[in-house]
Design a protein around this ligand. Structure first.
Ligand SMILES: [Fe+2]
Length: 238
């Protein structure tokens, strides 16, 4: 199932908001997307996450940064016909060792951002974590507050650009992992494997326009816009 959205032509003129597009509602859909990759629509209007994340940040982040990863990925994989012709996005992530650094960075950038948009929602649509996921959070971190504290510490400890993740391990347990640049725990080069169910972009481009160097404030406000319904759904997904 896809979330179908049509955005009105943006005042900024960003082409990304002018056309109908889809964003994956399940990880399976995202993982199985195929070349040429396309920019998924945001599952909400670009101003919908304000004031936690302001409209201008969303427009630049989605319409410029995310789009650039996709354009470069398509150029690397399709036009230059790099090493192997892997068909799906996840097959590239799981075989990054066989590709150039450019493919690794841009495939990661595309997956990470496509995923990131889906795990947020407007504050007015606040949702609750499922009882199943809450139990696992309690088991791994003691409580939701305990989890948030450790996740925030992870975000703080990423040196430079990267991501902090809540992942489900192969035995269904939860772990917090961090990755540099556009790497993620699905990749074959990841020191620790896991399936992300929540992730936070801590690149400066994700927050600098509103928060400047105050990454900790950005992370605190992120909790107001987490789409726990979607995160719980990712936890349940096989
Ligand atoms: Fe980003």
């Amino acid at each position: 199932m896809f979330l179908k959205l049509v955005f009105a032509l943006s005042m900024t003129g960003l082409a990304a908001f002018s056309a109908e597009a889809t964003s994956a509602a399940t990880m399976k859909e995202l993982n199985s997307s195929k070349m040429p990759f396309t920019l998924p629509a945001l599952p909400y209007a670009p101003d919908a996450l304000a004031p936690s994340i302001e409209q201008i940040t969303m427009e630049v982040h989605h319409g410029k940064h995310h789009k650039a990863y996709i354009d470069k990925l398509n150029a690397e994989v399709l036009e230059k016909k790099t090493e192997k012709n892997f068909e799906t996005l996840v097959s590239i992530l799981k075989n990054t060792k066989q590709f150039s650094a450019a493919v690794r960075n841009n495939a990661g950038g595309h997956w990470n951002h496509s995923f990131f948009w889906t795990i947020m929602a407007p504050e007015s649509q606040k949702s609750k974590v499922s009882p199943q996921l809450q139990r696992q959070i309690d088991a791994a971190f003691g409580s939701m507050d305990g989890f948030k504290e450790k996740f925030e510490a992870g975000a703080r400890d990423v040196f430079g650009s990267g991501w902090v993740w809540l992942v489900k391990t192969s035995d269904g347990k939860l772990k917090i992992l961090t990755t540099a640049n556009q790497d993620n725990p699905l990749m074959d080069i990841s020191p620790e494997a896991g399936t992300p169910i929540l992730g936070l972009d801590v690149w400066e481009h994700a927050y600098y326009l509103n928060y400047q160097n105050r990454r900790a404030d950005y992370v605190k406000n992120f909790w107001k816009i987490v789409n726990w319904k979607q995160v719980s759904s990712y936890y349940q997904e096989k």
